[in-house]
Design a protein around this ligand. Structure first.
Ligand code: ZN
Length: 215
């Protein structure tokens, strides 16, 4: 029943912008709302275990809504907008397409509940735009971690310890670009890098859509 009403609401609002609800462009994100997203300066946002972390956009209202809609509210169609926004930033960092793009994995049970891993969708679109290669089977999440935002800094590292596992047979002979939605303390990237380094994989760059901290 709940799904029926969700479907009905979707149908009614299909032709409206998810953000301003008022555009008549018949798209999920109208050009005015998309253009309100703002890129961060083109520079390394921080260094995690000697790897560069880039963050694409200012942590503002519409970018947060875009990520939340995609992640928690079943708004799959928003993936193209987030991928486009990240790609427009990434073009200024690198014009090469010799990357294997690795989206941060979600624990299988959680992915099933959400019906999809939103970062897989974003990575897929990002690869279409950049010509890079999607590699979503390289690393798995083997631990059902708690949401990081609920935890204190020291608890975050503990929560994520041993959360990821590489399947080396899926490794491609290319540089790795890990992509995520929000980089808060950087501990997710950190834990993934540790797992890659255990397997002697060091050529890694990290890229998040946004960060609440401009460092
Ligand atoms: Zn709009």
């Amino acid at each position: 029943m709940k799904e029926f009403f969700a479907g009905l609401l979707d149908w009614i609002y299909k032709k409206k912008c998810y953000f301003c609800k008022s555009s008549n462009e018949s798209v999920k994100m109208c050009s005015k709302c998309y253009n309100s997203l703002e890129h961060l300066p083109v520079k390394i946002n921080r260094i995690v275990l000697k790897k560069s972390v880039y963050c694409a956009g200012v942590y503002d209202k519409n970018l947060q809504k875009l990520i939340r809609g995609l992640k928690y509210h079943n708004q799959k169609e928003l993936a193209v907008y987030l991928a486009k926004f990240m790609y427009e930033y990434w073009q200024k960092i690198s014009d090469k397409n010799n990357f294997q793009v690795v989206p941060v994995p979600v624990y299988p049970k959680r992915e099933k509940k959400r019906k999809y891993n939103h970062m897989n969708l974003v990575a897929e679109e990002f690869c279409k735009l950049s010509g890079s290669t999607l590699n979503k089977d390289l690393i798995k999440r083997i631990k059902d971690t708690k949401p990081q935002y609920k935890l204190k800094k020291h608890e975050r590292a503990e929560n994520l310890a041993g959360a990821f596992q590489i399947d080396t047979k899926n490794l491609l002979p290319m540089k790795i670009l890990i992509i995520d939605d929000i980089c808060t303390t950087g501990s997710t990237f950190e834990e993934m890098i540790k797992e890659f380094e255990k397997h002697d994989i060091f050529d890694i760059t990290c890229f998040a859509a946004t960060t609440p901290f401009e460092e």
